[in-house]
Design a protein around this ligand. Structure first.
Ligand code: PLP
Length: 461
């Protein structure tokens, strides 16, 4: 027992570089039924690898549909991962004390990556496979700039050019993420831009258009589809992106073992679903195999953009314009434009198909939380643990605190694990709004969502 007690005293659970996972976990191997097919937007028929070849390198297309349980991580990728992986697992002792809870709270901190979030875990992998297939240039979109900066860094490491279409309001209001991307060598333009037909069309109709993620996706996809040297890259939602993020959960499992502990709850915020899946899928594997039936896995979304808790599980487009293939997912309708939440990374109309499927099957739960309560949780976390969380991550913290208080009320010693997906150093404007009482909750946009759901494409399935 002395040995166990000593271990349990630790605040930081660290792994060695040699413990960086050598394989990604592919949950598609363990699903009871295969994930629904992706459909061609024109024909409504399942698409094949060749349909995606103009946009993605073949290695990533194969990973997208693979049903192998483990996929080897190439040494070149592990080599870059070594700059910040294994990331630390913290025991949130100071938060536990303030909450006076019998629950044990742990967080996996992905803000230690150079870009400040979990996104480089997939950006590095995607840049590597593009480079390996002799792609010279990658086009992508970014909202607030988290994804763009992760990809800019990764492209720089592998000698690829990177063009980022950045939603114009963010480009104007949040210059620092743009400067980061440029520091790592990317070319950044405000979207809508005159560089693409899609952008030109929007600018003709509205020269002062503030842009949207949907427009930026259309521009990046057009850029990649019309140039031989260029492919497209996405920072969330797709199966291969979620798989690359499983390094988070694989490490966290080892770290909890080191602490002689086991998770009763695994919690993450969910926008497109990648950091949530990255932490939780390796734990969901145990549940799917019948080993941990009581494990609760909770995705947390904003109540103003509640794709899991209020959306429909149907086929929809991935973008606003309707250019992408149709995927079956929980969606609020592709034309739904979420309110201007400060958690920009959670403003997406849909949810990753794999996360949607697990929710539909009852393997995972979902909770929606409002913005002001989320920032209250962020402040409590910053004032106990020190780290200022990204507003996205703070959604997870809200539910962690609520669950820890429930444990207190019920006198239960449960173990809670959550993903602190990034730091909030570029989101201090949002903190300022909260601290000065200007941050508001948005009503659940019921009418706008109803309207968007009526515009869903008609597909059987
Ligand atoms: C982008 C982002 C998210 C949301 O994306 P997911 O794919 O849902 O993980 C969450 N947290 C941070 C810090 C982000 O940058």
């Amino acid at each position: 027992m002395a040995h166990k007690a000593a271990k349990e005293n630790r605040t930081k659970l660290l792994l060695d570089e040699k413990d960086i996972p050598r394989r990604w976990y592919n949950i598609q191997a363990d699903l009871k039924t295969p994930a629904p097919a992706v459909l061609h937007p024109g024909t409504g028929k399942p698409i094949g690898p060749q349909d995606l070849a103009p946009l993605f390198p073949m290695a990533l297309i194969q990973q997208e549909v693979s049903r192998e349980r483990w996929i080897a991580i190439p040494d070149e990728i592990r080599d870059v991962y070594r700059l910040w992986r294994p990331s630390p697992l913290y025991r949130a002792r100071r938060l536990e004390r303030v909450l006076d809870t019998p629950a044990r709270i742990y967080y996996k901190y992905e803000g230690v990556s150079p870009a400040g979030s979990h996104k480089p875990n997939t950006a590095v992998a995607q840049a590597y496979y593009n480079r390996k297939e002799r792609v010279a240039r990658i086009a992508t979109e970014t909202g607030a700039g988290q994804w763009g900066s992760a990809l800019a860094m990764a492209c720089n490491f592998f000698g690829l050019q990177c063009k980022v279409y950045m939603v114009k309001v963010s480009y104007q209001q949040k210059p620092y993420r743009r400067v980061m991307m440029e520091t790592w060598g990317a070319q950044v333009v405000p979207s809508p831009s005159p560089d693409t037909q899609a952008g030109k069309k929007v600018l003709q109709q509205d020269p002062d258009s503030p842009g949207s993620l949907g427009i930026a996706i259309s521009e990046a996809v057009e850029d990649a589809a019309t140039r031989d040297d260029t492919k497209y890259s996405l920072g969330s939602v797709l199966n291969h992106v979620l798989m690359h993020q499983t390094v988070i959960g694989l490490e966290a499992k080892k770290q909890l073992e080191k602490a002689d502990d086991e998770a009763d709850m695994v919690i993450g915020c969910a926008g497109g679903g990648s950091n949530f899946a990255g932490l939780s899928f390796p734990f969901a594997a145990d549940k799917l195999a019948g080993r941990k039936k009581n494990l609760r896995i909770i995705a947390v979304e904003p109540s103003a953009c509640p794709s899991l808790t209020k959306g429909k599980y149907v086929y929809d487009f991935g973008d606003t314009v309707g250019l992408t293939p149709l995927v079956k997912m929980h969606t609020l309708g592709h034309s739904f434009v979420p309110p201007p939440l400060h958690a920009g990374g959670l403003r997406y109309h849909g949810m990753a198909p794999l996360v949607s499927k697990l929710y539909d099957e009852g393997v995972i739960e979902a909770v929606a939380v409002p913005q002001v309560a989320t920032f209250q949780a962020a402040l409590q976390f910053a004032r106990t643990e020190g780290i200022i969380p990204a507003p996205e991550s703070a959604h997870a913290i809200r539910v962690v605190i609520d669950e820890a208080l429930r444990c207190k009320a019920e006198d239960k010693k449960q173990t809670i694990l959550f993903n602190l997906s990034g730091h909030g150093h570029f989101d201090l404007g949002a903190y300022d709004a909260f601290l000065t009482g200007r941050l508001q909750d948005y009503e659940y946009p019921a009418q706008k969502i109803d309207a968007a759901l009526r515009g869903l494409p008609k597909v059987r399935g």
